[in-house]
Design a protein around this ligand. Structure first.
Ligand SMILES: NC(=O)c1ccc[n+]([C@@H]2O[C@H](COP(=O)([O-])OP(=O)(O)OC[C@H]3O[C@@H](n4cnc5c(N)ncnc54)[C@H](OP(=O)(O)O)[C@@H]3O)[C@@H](O)[C@H]2O)c1
Length: 293
């Protein structure tokens, strides 16, 4: 099986390089070799390689910056995946694409399934939703995997930011009215590899699936777990547990509005692929064990 991976240097792309390697002949490209800001340039990449599976982990993920550069975000997040879908259809290849809880409006307090009505609140969410529609309309065999609150061990992430702030400040304020599941790039990559094997072998249907760690928390709950782990590991934490204030989103003005309810119902994925998604704490604790040693 020949696999063409785009976005190899992102959080998910980096882990996909590891997880997809045993599936076949993997060709992984970064933005230097395939520029999503020039969508039509991607066609040539697909036609030259003739892959069996195209995996797209590239995206314009700077949610606030996307508000100021909507055309660029749209080219990268919507037009480029549409070109990949067209080319996948023409080549008879599978397209695996990642989407987001930000396609939803964040109302309510129950997990949303794949058929729930969408209603993005910001440019990023709208462009990601547009890609989903283009992929479904293309006729290409596909997996659209919607995930949430992604972190990776490489580069910056929320846990690292909280660890730094907890060592610099004696008070912190963290949002507690956005609820979701922090999901490790490792988990996303491993589940993707299982799902690709299954769909290519005809053992499970393609389509849209929610892929997130089990359970739920707020950014405040996430921060408290990170800081407590740091304290337990003997890191020089300055902030006291009672000095981590839980505050509403309205306390932090951001260019892009974010959904409050990011809960994703992952039952369909578990049933289709026979997988159990681990609790978010398991992945975050593992991340912390790596960061704190
Ligand atoms: N991060 C989250 O919390 C989150 C939540 C839900 C869904 N998702 C989705 O999950 C997928 C993976 O996200 P991630 O967190 O791994 O993203 P990430 O770490 O921000 O990586 C994004 C990748 O896209 C690449 N990219 C950006 N502009 C590009 C361009 N013009 N041409 C080619 N490549 C370009 C970047 O390449 P360079 O490194 O070379 O710039 C980077 O490798 C995306 O589809 C994202 O929408 C993410």
């Amino acid at each position: 099986m020949k696999i063409l991976l785009f976005g190899k240097n992102g959080q998910v792309g980096w882990e996909l390089q590891r997880a997809l390697a045993p599936l076949g002949e993997l060709h992984a490209l970064g933005s230097d070799a395939a520029d999503f800001a020039v969508p039509e340039s991607l066609a040539d990449r697909v036609r030259t390689l003739r892959p069996d599976v195209i995996v797209n982990a590239a995206a314009h993920t700077a949610v606030d910056r996307a508000e100021a550069e909507p055309e660029l975000a749209r080219r990268i997040n919507a037009e480029a995946p549409a070109v990949l879908a067209r080319e996948a259809d023409a080549a008879g290849a599978w397209l695996v694409h990642y989407s987001t809880d930000y396609v939803f409006d964040g109302s309510g307090d129950v997990p949303r399934d794949e058929d729930a009505p969408t209603g993005p609140l910001n440019v990023y969410g709208r462009t990601k939703l547009e890609a989903e529609a283009a992929i479904r309309a293309s006729g290409a065999r596909h997996l659209v995997l919607r995930t949430s609150w992604v972190y990776g061990t490489r580069g910056g992430n929320f846990a690292r930011t909280m660890l730094r702030l907890a060592q610099e400040r004696d008070r912190l304020a963290v949002i507690d009215d956005q609820i979701g599941a922090p999901t490790g790039a490792e988990l996303i990559a491993d589940v993707s590899a299982h799902a690709i094997r299954a769909v290519v072998a005809g053992g499970a249907p393609g389509g849209t699936y929610h892929l997130a760690a089990a359970g739920e928390t707020s950014w405040h709950g996430y921060a408290c777990r990170v800081i407590e782990a740091a304290r337990a590991a003997g890191a020089p934490v300055k902030v006291a547990p009672e000095a981590i204030a839980a505050v509403p989103s309205s306390e932090f003005k951001t260019a892009a509005q974010r959904p409050k309810n990011s809960r994703l119902d992952t039952g369909k994925l578990g049933r289709a692929f026979g997988l159990t998604l681990p609790p978010w704490e398991a992945g975050v604790d593992r991340l912390l064990a790596e960061i704190l040693t």
